[in-house]
Design a binder for this molecule. Structure first.
Ligand code: XBP
Ligand code: MG
Length: 290
């Protein structure tokens, strides 16, 4: 995939004529940026990636903790690795709460977990979800700006992108909001607000792509219309307020499945479909203020 330039070359049959689109760069009815979550959205990183790395780090630190697939599903209620360790300590290992250096100890345990996670993804263990590489390429071709809003640690994200795209993440994503760059992680809107500020765009000019209820809550609290692609950990969550919910982004020969919300009119989620959903959202919200 080529670096950075976003040439306006796409011809999209569902795109409106220039006279209908309006001309102002900040016209919110024109989709200008797509902001992707990472974990569970770009790739299924949790079960075979983060969880495995946590367990290996626990072993190295001499702990008898083991996060099974089921327990990890519970712990996903909290976003952020350090926050997840703290939740576990409070719930299942509260004798640790007496440690005077608990904060520093959690940070060093998490640091080691992050190194192990990077090694794992760089080994090629975690592929992208269906349609992710295709849609990112299509967005670049269409000149739609691309950003990241995630609670995950930047080093792990860099490894995931390098392993799967063979490019540095800064070459692919114009703005990257990740990890501790904001104090309050999802479901707080802070990371999305930080990204919107860097893009210098209003929320209604963007679309977010998320996989979980905390992620959807964060994006919606920032005012961004949001598409949800579910996965095994999030399939039973409630996605009220999502623009549309689908199984995944799909490929032309491996169609995505519509779950709820605005219908999926095409075999897979492509730029034309995103523009249609975004236009319907803009028209509905404009009608609501009339
Ligand atoms: C993802 C997360 C992440 C990872 C672990 O949430 O909660 O914390 O599980 O990442 P979202 P780190 O997809 O909603 O952003 O260990 O690197 O913090
Ligand atoms: Mg996620």
């Amino acid at each position: 995939m080529n670096a950075k330039a976003h040439p306006e070359t796409a011809t999209d049959p569902t795109e409106r004529k220039p006279s209908e689109k309006g001309t102002a760069e900040n016209n919110i009815s024109h989709l200008q940026a797509v902001i992707f979550d990472v974990d569970g959205t770009l790739a299924e990183t949790e079960l075979a990636g983060h969880r495995v790395a946590f367990n290996r780090a626990f072993k190295e630190f001499g702990l008898d903790w083991h996060w099974s697939a089921g327990l990890y599903g519970e712990l996903l209620a909290v976003t952020g690795g350090k926050e997840r360790i703290r939740l576990y300590v409070e719930t299942y290992a509260n004798q640790m709460l007496g440690r005077a250096d608990l904060g520093a100890w959690v940070a060093s345990l998490h640091q080691r977990k992050s190194e192990i996670y990077s090694e794992l993804v760089l080994s090629g263990a975690i592929p992208l979800r269906p349609g992710v590489a295709r849609l990112i390429q299509e967005l670049r071709t269409a000149g739609i700006r691309i950003a990241i809003a995630t609670t995950t640690t930047p080093a792990g994200l860099r490894s995931l992108i390098m392993a799967n795209f063979k490019h540095d993440m800064d070459m692919l994503f114009e703005v990257i909001g990740a990890g501790d760059i904001v104090a309050a992680k999802k479901p707080a809107p802070d990371i999305y607000q930080w990204v919107l500020g860097r893009l210098n765009l209003p929320p209604e000019a963007c679309l977010a792509v998320e996989d979980s209820y905390p992620g959807l809550t964060a994006a919606r609290a920032a005012g961004i219309p949001t598409l949800v692609t579910v996965n095994a950990y999030t399939a039973n969550q409630k996605f009220e307020g999502a623009l549309s919910v689908v199984s995944d982004l799909g490929e032309p020969n491996v169609p995505a499945r519509h779950v709820e919300g605005l219908p999926l009119a095409r075999k897979c989620v492509d730029v034309a479909q995103l523009r249609t959903w975004h236009r319907l959202y803009s028209e509905t919200s404009q009608r609501a203020v009339l």
